[in-house]
Ligand binder design. Structure first.
Ligand SMILES: NC(=O)c1ccc[n+]([C@@H]2O[C@H](COP(=O)([O-])OP(=O)(O)OC[C@H]3O[C@@H](n4cnc5c(N)ncnc54)[C@H](OP(=O)(O)O)[C@@H]3O)[C@@H](O)[C@H]2O)c1
Length: 262
């Protein structure tokens, strides 16, 4: 299926490694121009150089900085404005489930988890919305925001509590802003991945520590009985950004091999 994302400008927050890097690669494969972000200069440079060699220097930009800080989001918005004058797709991917066990979280941990899993995305939308609005037109379908949540935000699964609550709030935020942004021609959706494996992922660690326990969990909890891949998440993110999903907004797409029941 041709997703017709050729020449589209896409910003994937948190794309120097992990899932975000895989999402960036998939957009580049489809012919889009991608802006990568991250805080670690080595990871960001490595990702940008790899992509420039593979897809050509003109289609890759990199922005270094902590997007938990509003002033850096504003700086990123100025950078995108100077480079492209508009933005077609924003993918809010920054997030982390690394936290303390349930009921061990204190106020500071709650604040940290809300900042990384909810407020970074909210601030990102606030800062970048004017550029999305420049590319959007009512009744057009080529402008989108996609949030990366988690199945932890969909139903109680024993995940860290503050992570689960922040990801639930992210889904609610997305669904609520989809309403006022729809008439402006900006579609807003969420992708909630399940257990995804990639180099450096927590599932790689868990498999190395106790492969049998992971396999038993997959057999018990996941109808498709395996971990998911970054490409499988990216396929859904790309589809939602594309005009093939022209009538889809305010939706939460779960990519989890059937693990959740709600
Ligand atoms: N991995 C899974 O199985 C899984 C499952 C469900 C949902 N998810 C969700 O998918 C998203 C990505 O997860 P992941 O496992 O790929 O995470 P990850 O491996 O920790 O990568 C996170 C990326 O975001 C960047 N980043 C983090 N904080 C940032 C900040 N304040 N400003 C700018 N960049 C920042 C990181 O680079 P720096 O550290 O250099 O900044 C990195 O590029 C998260 O929202 C996560 O909740 C993941």
């Amino acid at each position: 299926m041709n997703l017709e994302l050729d020449g589209h400008i896409v910003l994937v927050t948190g794309s120097s490694r992990g899932l975000g890097r895989g999402l960036a690669a998939s957009f580049l494969t489809e012919g889009a121009t991608v802006i990568l972000t991250g805080r670690d200069p080595h990871d960001l440079k490595a990702a940008a150089e790899h992509f420039r060699q593979r897809y050509g220097p003109g289609r890759v930009r990199a922005f270094l900085g902590d997007l938990g800080q509003q002033n850096l989001i504003d700086e990123l918005a100025r950078f995108v404005d100077q480079e492209f004058g508009q933005l077609n797709h924003l993918v809010c991917n920054i997030g982390s489930g690394r936290s303390v066990p349930p009921l061990k979280e204190n106020a500071a941990e709650w604040q940290r988890m809300l900042e990384v899993n909810l407020l970074a995305a909210v601030s990102g939308v606030r800062g970048l919305l004017p550029l999305l609005q420049k590319s959007a037109a009512p009744a057009d379908d080529a402008t989108s925001i996609t949030f990366i949540s988690s199945i932890c935000g969909v139903e109680p699964l024993g995940c860290p509590v503050a992570y689960a609550a922040a990801k639930s709030a992210l889904i609610s935020y997305a669904q609520n802003i989809a309403r006022p942004l729809g008439p402006q021609g900006i579609r807003v959706n969420v992708v909630s991945p399940g257990n995804i494996i990639f180099p450096g992922s927590t599932w790689e660690d868990k498999l190395a520590k106790d492969q049998q326990a992971v396999e038993a969990m997959l057999k018990r909890e996941v109808p498709l009985q395996r971990l998911g891949t970054v490409a499988e998440v990216a396929n859904v993110v790309l589809f939602l950004a594309s005009s093939r999903a022209a009538f889809v907004t305010g939706a939460n797409w779960v990519v989890d091999g059937g693990q959740t029941r709600l």
